[in-house]
Design a binder for this molecule. Structure first.
Ligand code: AMP
Length: 282
């Protein structure tokens, strides 16, 4: 498995693969890989003849005071796992390669970018959309794989692909969880054992809402009240948002019967975690 750090090498490898008639898949990541990432890679390997994984902790999507500096970086171990799985190449550029001095262009997905995580992290989705647009141009994948775990990111990127006519298929894979329900995240490694137990409140609150829907409650205010009640039961969690929205527009919905996303974000100490469940139409 090749590990490329330059745009020129990664682009050339991708063009070679495409010219051989292979389907090329791309899995963009920030590294510190866990089973959630590896599930995306496995899905990509099943449907594409060649798979590229990018590993790049994108400074543009972190705000001042966020955890860019301490974000886990485990490139060697990540590459070892990806090589064992049969990934074709890794693209792991330094920040200066992606954003050379003078870079001044960014991608802003109007409307969506200031909802959910975008509301609490101004500029976050501009950073995400910009780096993903660049990766799409550099690698030109036929298919790109993202996790439902980052539901707002999925909505933003789907809209970007449509609005900017990217010629690729965006594939969304289900959230991978630990046995107790905690959504896997690179940031979980910051949690102590007791903080990890506190973090489970996100899953408990979201599943409480899901159970209520299954019992026939479709009205968002009642569902939100239940989710917030569960969240308040864990003093170790500082709520950022708890919302019931349309999965595409990320706008609040009053009634979940036509399908909705229940999504939450909370700080456990200074680690910000997110999770969500798609409430299926009933
Ligand atoms: P990240 O490295 O956090 O930027 O994530 C890279 C990709 O992996 C994104 O598309 C995430 O949505 C996806 N991902 C992260 N955690 C999970 C998970 N627990 N289950 C499924 N996909 C995930």
């Amino acid at each position: 498995m090749n590990v490329f750090t330059s745009i020129a090498e990664a682009g050339a490898a991708a063009r070679r693969i495409r010219s051989q008639g292979e389907t090329l898949g791309l899995v963009p990541t920030m590294g510190a890989l866990h089973e959630g990432h590896l599930a995306l890679v496995r899905t990509a390997l099943k449907s594409c003849g060649a798979v590229a994984v990018s590993i790049f902790v994108n400074p543009l999507q972190f705000g001042p005071g966020e955890d860019f500096g301490r974000y886990p970086r485990t490139l060697e171990e990540d590459c070892r796992q990806l090589a064992d799985m049969g990934v074709t190449f890794v693209f792991a550029p330094p920040a200066t390669e992606m954003y050379p001095e003078g870079s001044a262009t960014s991608v802003e997905v109007g409307g969506l970018s200031d909802r959910l995580d975008g509301a609490s992290r101004p500029g976050h989705f501009r950073g995400v959309a910009t780096v993903v647009a660049k990766l799409f141009h550099i690698i030109s994948p036929h298919q790109a794989f993202f996790g439902q775990k980052d539901a707002a990111q999925v909505a933003v990127l789907k809209k970007m692909v449509r609005d900017l006519n990217f010629d690729l298929e965006l594939r969304v894979c289900p959230t991978v969880r630990a046995a107790d329900g905690l959504a896997l995240s690179s940031r979980n490694r910051f949690l102590t054992d007791s903080q990890r137990r506190q973090a489970l409140v996100l899953h408990h609150a979201l599943t409480a809402v899901q159970r209520l829907v299954q019992a026939g409650e479709y009205c968002s205010p009642a569902l939100l009240a239940e989710g917030l009640r569960v969240m308040r039961g864990e003093p170790g969690a500082r709520l950022d948002y708890f919302a019931i929205v349309d999965p595409e527009t990320l706008e609040d919905v009053a009634d979940v019967r036509r399908g909705a996303l229940v999504a939450a974000a909370a700080f456990i100490a200074n680690t910000r975690l997110i999770d969500n469940i798609l409430l299926t139409a009933v």
